[in-house]
Write a protein that binds this ligand. Structure first.
Ligand SMILES: Cc1cc2nc3c(=O)[nH]c(=O)nc-3n(C[C@H](O)[C@H](O)[C@H](O)COP(=O)(O)OP(=O)(O)OC[C@H]3O[C@@H](n4cnc5c(N)ncnc54)[C@H](O)[C@@H]3O)c2cc1C
Length: 391
């Protein structure tokens, strides 16, 4: 095992070794366009409009956002990408990214897809986890009602019974095939309902080892407290916990809702507070030997986690980034011998568009992550040109 001193996150030759120069130029074009905030706003608005009115935009989206951020339309189509990542020591977390469906047919279709994914994952050494979103298999408004503590109608009770059946099938399949299963974290006003469901299933399926992994968002003021309580409860009741640690993806929505409904924002007031709590949560998990997935693109948090990780932690813990982002982190971590995975979204192109629009929106800031990503791509293109010229 190499140490942090041998990881150089600016090593673009390692970061982009699996990308051809043509692919890199394409990435540069895409990130430059996304970094141009006005252009991204106009493009995303146009694409949303075109999608609504069934304009033939599939090819444009496929050649741009889809190829950059998704592994394919089906699990099988992700195979080539998974192989390519694994060649460089990176694992995959195939993520069926169909969102915004609210009917039972779609929920059952998602479960079918997830069950197939879990079964396939069992035979694929390059897959580190399966993953799902509770709102992919349960109605948002139902979870919201449960969290509020409102009485459910008899129809809703049956509906909730079907949600539990779906989770049972997923956990059972994961346990049978010895595949670790992650549950994504979502908005605070449904997250308590998700927490309670997860705890119920962790008690049933995590008795021998962590099969079900739970996501904790540390942009929440109560993030660390929730993490510690869940861990303490699990210790007391004799089951394992496994955590994916993220900062959190719904900050603006959370703040807006809190303002509109006039309650204190559950989100930290500053980025510094989020960062401090995130790093503290990572230290806590590593110190307690909890199976942990450090899911972040934040280099400082990664460097800190690497410093605190010992070989024992490496057996059960690792890092994760999203496919199409943070390659300089993933490839350099893998090169240095750390366990690192990429969330690999997939699904029918039309259905994953909401996910793609979010990625474009997230990358539109001209500061921070996108700028760094872009500067590394440019550095690598320059390096390759210089290497060619010196021959
Ligand atoms: C593999 C993977 C899985 C993920 N799964 C989930 C999931 O299940 N649920 C989920 O919600 N998110 C998930 N995310 C997204 C994640 O929560 C972050 O939105 C994203 O990764 C950016 O945070 P960062 O740690 O990578 O980097 P950074 O760029 O260092 O942090 C950005 C994040 O900091 C926080 N932040 C920014 N500004 C402020 C501010 N002014 N005050 C307080 N906090 C601020 C926000 O959370 C913001 O997203 C996942 C991310 C990855 C990489």
């Amino acid at each position: 095992m190499k140490t942090l001193h041998s990881i150089n996150f600016s090593d673009t030759a390692i970061a982009f070794a699996s990308k051809s120069t043509k692919e890199l130029k394409h990435m540069r074009f895409l990130f430059r366009t996304m970094a141009w905030s006005k252009m991204t706003n106009i493009s995303v608005s146009f694409l949303k409009f075109a999608l609504k009115y069934h304009f033939p935009i599939k090819n444009i989206v496929r050649k741009t956002l889809f190829n950059q951020f998704c592994g394919g339309e089906t699990y099988w189509e992700c195979g080539t990408t998974m192989d390519k990542l694994h060649e460089k020591g990176i694992f995959s977390i195939p993520d069926y990214s169909v969102e915004g469906k609210e009917d039972e047919v779609s929920f059952n279709q998602t479960v079918k897809e997830l069950l197939k994914g879990i079964e396939l994952a069992a035979g694929l050494p390059m897959v580190s986890f399966s993953v799902f979103k509770m709102t992919g298999i349960a109605r948002f408004a139902l979870l919201e009602k449960i969290q509020r503590g409102d009485e459910l109608s008899s129809e809703e009770k049956k509906e909730f019974g079907r949600v539990k059946e779906r989770v049972t099938r997923l956990c059972f399949e994961a346990e049978t095939h010895n595949v670790r299963l992650m549950v994504d974290a979502e908005e605070t006003w449904i997250q308590t309902a998700i927490d309670e469901l997860c705890i119920e299933f962790m008690k049933r399926f995590n008795t021998q080892k962590p099969i079900l992994f739970f996501t904790i968002q540390l942009y929440r003021k109560d993030g660390l407290e929730r993490l510690k309580k869940m861990y303490a409860d699990a210790q007391r009741d004799g089951y394992f916990t496994g955590f994916k640690l993220v900062r959190g993806a719904y900050m603006e929505k959370e703040r807006e809702r809190a303002k509109t409904l006039n309650y204190p924002s559950p989100i930290h007031d500053t980025k510094e507070n989020t960062d401090a709590m995130y790093n503290e949560a990572v230290s806590f998990c590593l110190h307690e030997d909890i199976a942990t997935c450090v899911a972040t693109h934040n280099q400082f948090s990664i460097e800190k986690a690497v410093r605190e990780m010992d070989p024992k932690d490496m057996q059960i813990s690792g890092f994760a980034q999203l496919y199409g982002m943070g390659d300089f982190l993933s490839y350099n971590l893998a090169h240095a011998g750390y366990k690192v995975s990429k969330y690999l979204p997939y699904g029918p192109l039309r259905e994953v568009m909401p996910y793609l629009f979010r990625r474009a929106e997230e990358n539109k800031s001209i500061t921070g992550e996108t700028t760094r990503e872009l500067s590394f791509i440019e550095k690598e293109l320059k390096r390759r040109k210089a290497a060619l010229n010196s021959k």
